[in-house]
Design a protein around this ligand. Structure first.
Ligand SMILES: Cc1ncc(COP(=O)(O)OP(=O)(O)O)c(N)n1
Ligand SMILES: Cc1ncsc1CCOP(=O)(O)O
Ligand SMILES: [Mg+2]
Length: 230
């Protein structure tokens, strides 16, 4: 099963002092609404470059719409070995047999989600700009933690604006992968990668791209390759 995790040997060979963390990867967030033409757009995007995970985030959609969208995109993601993460809803993650669920601070209890989903399913937690929330999420058993919003974004109203150094801090104290989110584009992502982000979570830059989503995925792929190993 696909997972949003650093490679399977990561924990055993991670040594913060040796700066041996694997290269950052792309974590795609869905467009805010689901269009019947989306599967073809998604395939073209996934053809353009590597994507580690895809989050189904359809705020305002009905449960049935989310379940239908999840059922359609699940086999596509599986064919590209991309993890399916469901936003907000552990129950739907279970129903869809997704690879993970993303929970915000108001989205319910991590231990309840873990009890429902078990340990094979990844649980990601929003930690905004807070070291305290990140440590708490780690103690609660999060599989990844997310910091943001690093930049202005039209996708979500945000109040927190972390400094990229929080990514480096987290990387030195924890083996749990960290995700950077919020207004990230191929043009502004380099400082986040260099600071220690394991994943870049991106929506608007890809789906609102002036040419096409695939071109933006390609631009991220080039950037991530360029920054790898620095
Ligand atoms: C990877 C990732 N990070 C943060 C969020 C935001 O989650 P949340 O704070 O619950 O806000 P909504 O996305 O539910 O509006 C996320 N979804 N994914
Ligand atoms: C869901 C979320 N949480 C913090 S910022 C954000 C929006 C991410 O989308 P974009 O890449 O378009 O800024
Ligand atoms: Mg949420």
């Amino acid at each position: 099963m696909s997972k949003i995790e650093l490679d399977p040997d990561f924990s055993s060979r991670f040594d913060a002092s040796e700066e041996s963390r694997p290269a950052a990867q792309l974590y795609l967030i869905s467009p805010p609404t689901y269009d019947p033409g989306f599967p073809e757009i998604l395939k073209a995007a996934l053809d353009a470059g590597p994507v580690a995970a895809f989050q189904l985030r359809l705020k305002g959609a009905s449960d049935m719409e989310i379940m239908r969208a999840g059922s359609v995109i699940k086999p596509i993601l599986a064919a590209y070995d991309v993890a399916l993460i469901v936003n907000d809803r552990p129950d739907m993650a279970k129903e869809l047999e997704a690879d993970g669920v993303h929970l915000g601070q108001e989205d319910g209890d991590v231990s309840e989600a873990r009890a429902l989903l078990g340990h094979a399913v990844q649980i990601g937690i929003t930690c905004h700009d807070s070291r305290h929330l990140a440590m708490q999420a780690g103690e609660q058993g999060a599989d990844y933690i997310a910091f943001g919003s690093f930049y202005d974004t039209a996708t979500k109203e945000t109040v927190h604006r972390p400094d990229p150094s929080i990514l480096g801090w987290w990387s030195t104290i924890s083996e749990i992968p960290c995700v950077a989110i919020g207004g990230i584009t191929p043009e502004n992502a380099a400082p986040l990668i260099d600071a220690g982000a394991d994943f870049l979570a991106v929506s608007g830059a890809v789906w609102n791209h002036a040419e096409n989503p695939a071109a933006c995925i390609r631009a991220f792929a080039d950037l991530l390759e360029d920054r790898a190993g620095r």
